[in-house]
Design a protein around this ligand. Structure first.
Ligand code: PLP
Length: 392
């Protein structure tokens, strides 16, 4: 018996464990200090009332013999697929229901999608990055090439014609940097993918935070993207489903590699390894797209974006370089006075009692940078920024 020895190549992920240990130690040495966390990538507002009502109705249906449902459709219920197609229609993107696969959150499918690709493929991943892209490929033993995000390219790396790759990861708005690709930049990626016969894994988990109408919220707003991209989105940050679990993956019918339709391959994979998302959860997700749901969700996103604005206003006053915050819940800042990411973490904790996430935890290029998030209570954000302002 042999284990998958690729797991030996994974780095232990101490990032959030270290953050929480340092926070605990500081709290136990300074019990009277109120520490404010701007480090969490989880929502803080509850589910919208419209969503809760829809779920309650679904629970009642499940408890009634006439309306009870057992196993659902592998790809998700029609009502939710159609609601998602309607949402894309408003973005000017025409999707068919059978191109939409409902899942239990984007993280699962971002990892699982690799089942349909050969292990020989070379993968292109930006650095810094959401660690799931890296670890899932290390587990499969794939060759990874990193492309550099840095202050020169505003953490929006573009294709390098000298690099050949088969699978490309793009995340926009980005976690951790908050940077958002423009349509012109995504056109370059689509062109590169088509020239290389590659597939783009496009993570749009934070698309709802984009308020600038010129910025794309889906890769399919870019011409020919249907020929080379799979899009992953989620209700987690859009509608507070981090604990409720629902997302979706879009695979266009035209996406064909080695003569095989990736949509068919993925359906085959799902029917073998996945038994669907609970009916109750899918009814809740459907309610997100009603007028009531959308307006409640918009006001939650406004709340987070206003938190982000308070943070970026303070950074501007302090002349600290940053990306993100305007079309994203993440603010990615350059640690002042050339501090390393962890030095700045310690400094911020001791001097301003704020906890954030050291950029070094997201890749080599994250060293010297720091991530703050807008997922927090308004009063806490205001207090934290006042403290930060007097610290410098
Ligand atoms: N993609 C990105 C960039 C994320 O930051 C996250 C969660 O933090 C996810 C995907 C996963 O979201 P979920 O599995 O909750 O849908």
């Amino acid at each position: 018996m042999k284990i998958n020895s690729n797991y030996n190549n994974l780095k232990d992920n101490y990032l959030f464990a270290n953050v929480s240990q340092k926070m605990k130690d500081y709290k136990s040495d300074n019990p009277d200090v109120n520490i404010i966390s701007l480090g969490i990538g989880d929502v803080t507002l509850p589910l919208a009332p419209t969503v809760v009502e829809a779920m309650k109705r679904a629970v009642m249906e499940m408890g009634n013999a006439d309306t009870f449902r057992g196993y659902g459709e592998y790809q998700g219920y029609d009502f939710l697929q159609e609601a998602i197609c309607g949402y894309y229609g408003q973005k000017g993107v025409a999707l068919q229901s059978k191109e939409v696969f409902i899942n239990d959150g984007a993280k699962s499918d971002l990892g699982n999608i690799l089942d349909i690709f050969s292990e020989d493929n070379t993968v292109l991943i930006p650095d810094p990055v959401y660690p799931v892209y890296v670890d899932t490929n290390i587990m499969a033993g794939r060759k990874i090439i990193y492309i550099n995000g840095n202050s020169e390219n505003a953490f929006l790396p573009l294709p390098d014609q000298d690099i050949k790759s088969d699978i490309i990861y793009l995340c926009s708005p980005n976690n951790p940097t908050g940077a958002v690709y423009s349509a012109e930049q995504l056109e370059l990626w689509v062109k590169y993918a088509l020239e290389n016969d590659a597939v783009i894994i496009y993570d749009s988990a934070y698309e709802i935070f984009i308020r600038d109408e010129l910025l794309p919220t889906s890769i399919y707003q870019i011409r020919d993207a249907r020929l080379c991209a799979i899009e992953f989105c989620s209700f987690s940050k859009m509608a507070g489903f981090t604990g409720t679990r629902c997302g979706y993956t879009v695979i266009p019918q035209e996406l064909i590699r080695n003569g095989a339709a990736l949509n068919k391959l993925w359906l085959r994979r799902q029917t073998t390894k996945f038994n669907g998302v609970p009916y109750i959860v899918q009814r809740g997700a459907e309610a997100v797209f009603t007028d009531g749901g959308m307006s409640q969700i918009k006001s939650d996103i406004d709340y987070y974006l206003n938190n982000a604005r308070i943070i970026t206003d303070t950074l501007e006053t302090l002349d600290i370089w940053y990306t993100g915050g305007s079309n994203s819940p993440y603010i990615w800042l350059k640690c002042p006075n050339n501090m390393s990411s962890w030095e700045f973490f310690d400094f911020l904790l001791k001097e301003a009692n704020i906890v954030g996430t050291p950029g070094a935890g997201f890749g080599t290029n994250g060293e010297g940078y720091f991530r703050l998030t807008a997922f927090a209570d308004r009063e806490n954000v205001i207090t934290a920024m006042k403290k930060l302002a007097v610290t410098f």
